[in-house]
Design a protein around this ligand. Sequence first.
Ligand SMILES: [Mn+2]
Length: 323
Amino acid sequence: MITQEQLDIFNEKIRAANSIFLFAHKNPDGDAMCSVLALARLIELNYGKDVTCIYDGNIPDNLDDAPLRKRLRFFEKIEDDVPVDVAIVMDADYRVTRNIGGPVKFMERAKFVVEIDHHQNDAKDGLLCIDDETAAATAEIVYDMMKRAGWEWDFVIGRLLMTAILTDTGCFKYEKNGNVLRVAADLVDSGVEIQRIISGLSNKPRKTVVTEAASVGATEFYFKNRLAIAVIDSQQYKNIDGRGETALNLLAQMHGVEYIVLLKEQKPNKIGISLRGRGRPVNTIAMALGGGGHEFAAGAVVDDSLENVKKKVLDLFAKEVRK
Ligand SMILES: [Mn+2]
């Protein structure tokens, strides 16, 4: 929960700033992108300030329908020497500077850095850290800030916050406590339609769905089907939106499967690993691979061959399933 003292500092810094930059982790997902856009609009509505929203990497196609999507600018389109009074980095997860990518240079130049996140992070980068590990999405923290400060908000902000929450909770499957449902209830009462947002989020290119379904078809099962490992190689990787949510969701419907691993060969010797647990924690395995995340949804990126990474993952799970 955000404190009054944190809000006072935020208020004072935003009031005094002429140049405000917002960004999240590289390859932003729904929570990262929509939390940035929602807070940007809140600052504009309530402080009358212009805000620059930037990103690095790719934005998934299924976020095309999100309001204000076009406001996000690729970081290389911004001149290097623009002054930055306040940089707000959101949803950046563990190893903040590595996760941000290009926009990190604006963070390094900023006179003041605000971090807003719901991930566990022991190495804080912000001078003001509004972190809440009990929040299911960064958007939940933005909502708390908005309510506590009594900021004016509108339907567009409501839709952005709901899109972020639906993304990070997997449509309310991964709540951490009841608060995210109370937030959602308030947004619904304000006219936000969950079904409309979900159908927008489900709207993926054919090649993405076909590629992910094929990887599910070739999934290998271990430990009496308790562990499923699906692979997307570097040839297929360009067809997906970076996350592989469709494959992960399909595997999570299989009887007997407790642990799901999706290995994504982003390029040779760079493997993105998505882990999901069905009532089983996977964050310790992610951490053992140098990554992090949440109890039942975590991940890592490992610089090694697909074959070696698969072996590492299997070794770690061999210990885990014996517990
Ligand atoms: Mn998030």
